[in-house]
Design a protein around this ligand. Structure first.
Ligand SMILES: Cc1ncc(COP(=O)(O)O)c(C=O)c1O
Length: 395
């Protein structure tokens, strides 16, 4: 039976990162995979997480399964972080959430619920979107349409195109939005544009599904949540896939949650029961370690304070790198790279062709995706001039 299956090509992102690791060139630079790296090129463990981990190991008395919905402390802490402690929807009790294995698990559980509620729902995704969205949501059986989003000419959001496409989304459809720090393009909506999206959702009746994987890495925890909270304040239903991979550095621990903002408290309870049943079908129980750590950090004032300071420093460093990269590229290549500074989060398209991205890999061991998406957090003081010089060579 197994012999009928063929070898698959490497994953477009993970495959390139693996190729970079195997590359013997001492100057190699990995700008492929979306993980934060510090000046030393290390993806660090937050100090707040370390402290929580020491305490947890000392206090832990069991490794029994968590509840199907996950750790309550974590779920409560994350709801407050995402929606804001004063959220009216939270106070009205019309929010429920399930702890999931990372943001990917959250997207998948969201997709399961959408499919259960509306098997023919069309999911509108931005063009471009994170490539993993399609297999992750599509494997549930949902159908996709795309809406215009990134305009390579202006290197910003084609908002008129987005609005005109979303006017075709109807009640029963779902619009997948990047809550902040758009992956892959880094171009985010302004608050007034979020307002227009809220109006459109009201008029057309579609349900927003917000992928929220980078809260705190754009402008700050509160600022990055402003668009999402605006939608939640105006609409009866919003689905959110939140991840703690990036903003708590818990990548391998697989920590996330699907948050359902529902019409009323009874529906929030019903949806939670559906989500638990979906999780039971897919992976049964969520992993505990990372969520227990995140729960401690998010609900403890002292640890939370340490974490917020660390996250702010991370965010400021990324924004500093954006400005340094702009300067280095403009100095070496000429042209206008101001867009890198305007964008948010870890990603940016450098605007190179796939052939130029290939030459960068082959001639300089500078690894980026074929689309020329780079992880800005892979840049550091030691490689920035080399990156700019290598880009200038292929232009
Ligand atoms: C846009 C987007 N959504 C969701 C995720 C989910 O990540 P994880 O499952 O590691 O939490 C990622 C991770 O790279 C992402 O870039």
């Amino acid at each position: 039976m197994l012999q009928t299956l063929q070898q698959l090509p490497p994953d477009p992102i993970l495959g390139l990162s693996a190729a970079c690791r195997a590359d013997p060139n001492p100057h190699k630079v990995d700008l492929t995979i979306g993980i934060y790296m510090d000046e030393q090129g290390v993806c660090p463990v937050f100090e707040a997480v370390q402290i929580a981990q020491h305490a947890m190991i000392a206090e832990e008395t069991t490794k029994a399964y968590l509840a199907a919905a996950g750790d309550e402390r974590f779920n409560t802490g994350l709801q407050r972080l995402v929606l804001g402690a004063g959220s009216a929807a939270l106070q009205e009790g019309r929010v429920s959430s399930i702890q999931t294995p990372g943001g990917c698990g959250a997207l998948r559980i969201g997709a399961e619920i959408i499919h259960a509620a509306a098997p023919r729902a069309k999911v509108w995704v931005s063009d471009p979107t994170w490539p993993v969205h399609i297999p992750l949501l599509g494997s549930v059986g949902l159908e996709f349409h795309s809406y215009r989003y990134y305009d390579p000419g202006s290197r910003g959001v084609n908002f008129d195109g987005m609005v005109s496409d979303l006017k075709k989304a109807v009640a029963g459809d779902v619009v997948l939005l990047h809550g902040c720090c758009h992956n892959p393009c880094g171009a985010d909506l302004t608050l007034s544009q979020w307002n227009v999206i809220a109006e459109l959702a009201e008029q057309q009746g579609f349900t927003p599904f917000i992928d929220f994987a980078y809260q705190g890495l754009g402008d700050g925890l509160e600022e990055d949540a402003a668009g999402l909270r605006l939608l939640v304040s105006r609409l009866p239903e919003v689905i959110i896939a939140a991840s703690c991979s990036k903003n708590l550095g818990l990548y391998r621990e697989r920590v996330g949650a699907t948050i359902f903002v529902c019409n009323d408290a009874a529906n929030a309870r019903a949806i939670l029961s559906q989500a638990q049943s979906a999780a039971r079908r897919v992976y049964s129980m969520p992993p505990a370690h990372g969520a227990l750590l995140a729960g401690r950090v998010l609900t403890d004032d002292h640890l939370g304070g340490i974490w917020r300071t660390e996250l702010t420093a991370m965010c400021q460093r990324i924004n500093g790198l954006r400005s340094d990269l702009r300067t280095a590229l403009e100095a070496r290549c000429g042209g206008d790279y101001a867009f890198i500074e305007r964008e948010k989060g870890m990603f940016s398209f450098l605007g190179l062709s796939p052939a130029q991205a290939l030459r960068l890999r082959e001639e300089s061991a500078v690894y980026m995706l074929d689309s020329s998406r780079i992880n800005v957090a892979g840049v550091n003081a030691g490689n920035i001039e080399y990156i700019a010089e290598s880009v200038a060579k292929v232009l």
